[in-house]
Write a protein that binds this ligand. Structure first.
Ligand code: SF4
Length: 254
């Protein structure tokens, strides 16, 4: 089952005050954002091609610091060789590494995949467990990966948060958390549980198609045009104008 991130280090009093104040404004914002994302992506597809929970788990592990497109190019060959935990566990490290050599961090990922496959065979009867706690015990499986597997392979509601969703949540004023775990706590609080898994995909697609790390126009964006705070608009305008001055100077410099 899904388990919420640890929030014990926050003081109860300050959490309650912050929730009352921030939640009112954030709740309305969240509702409007969910409606916009639903209009943009009514049926978001799962980007990583897979056949079952194991092949999804492997694809998510491979997707760290590389594109889904690259993962989808590599996995058919890998799954022809090792499409089940038993077959992956029987492969040598070298065989796995060679099959995934085009994705970044291939040696580390090959090691994690082999150890994960061995653990699945030894402890879980060759199947991927459907609980958060058991998933995060597998090598190479962190909070985000476990949540993706629960949401996309087992139809459980979960809100996987990667650096892109963390960035979007901050830009939209839905979270001020300093890291992805804190953002997950905030997003799970403000969005209804029934929307978590779908919203995660919708945010990924919106981020990829509309929200680059740089060069975005807050005034025309379907979300930030109304969701961004005045302070953020001011800050972004300032840094944009600094960046354009800097590039002018460097072009003018002989
Ligand atoms: S303005 Fe649009 S593109 Fe830029 S951060 Fe906001 S949502 Fe993303």
């Amino acid at each position: 089952m899904y388990s919420a991130p640890n929030t014990r280090n926050r003081s109860q009093g300050s959490v309650r005050i912050a929730q009352t104040r921030v939640r009112l404004s954030r709740a309305g914002k969240a509702e409007k954002i969910a409606a916009i994302l639903e209009a943009f992506y009514p049926e978001p597809a799962i980007p990583l091609r897979h056949e079952d929970p194991f092949t999804l788990l492997v694809s998510v592990v491979l997707s760290a610091q590389t594109t889904d497109k690259k993962v989808n190019q590599v996995t058919p060959g890998l799954f022809a060789l090792a499409g089940t935990p038993a077959k992956m566990a029987a492969c040598s490290l070298e065989q796995i590494r060679t099959a995934i050599r085009e994705v970044g961090l291939a040696p580390q990922k090959a090691r994690a995949l082999k150890m994960t496959a061995q653990m699945l065979v030894e402890r879980h009867g060759g199947r991927v467990p459907a609980t958060f706690e058991a998933l995060v015990e597998l090598p190479g499986v962190g909070r985000k990966t476990a949540n993706v597997v629960l949401a996309q392979a087992f139809d459980q509601q979960a809100f996987p948060v990667d650096t892109h969703i963390h960035r979007l949540a901050g830009r939209w004023g839905l979270s001020r958390a300093k890291n992805a775990d804190g953002t997950e706590v905030d997003l799970c609080r403000i969005f209804p549980r029934a929307l978590w898994s779908k919203l995660h995909l919708q945010m990924i697609y919106f981020g990829r198609e509309h929200c680059p790390a740089l060069r975005h126009d807050l005034t025309t964006c379907p979300i930030c045009a109304w969701a961004a705070s005045k302070a953020r608009i001011r800050d972004e305008m300032r840094s944009l104008s600094k960046a354009s001055k800097a590039s002018k100077v460097s072009k003018d410099t002989p």
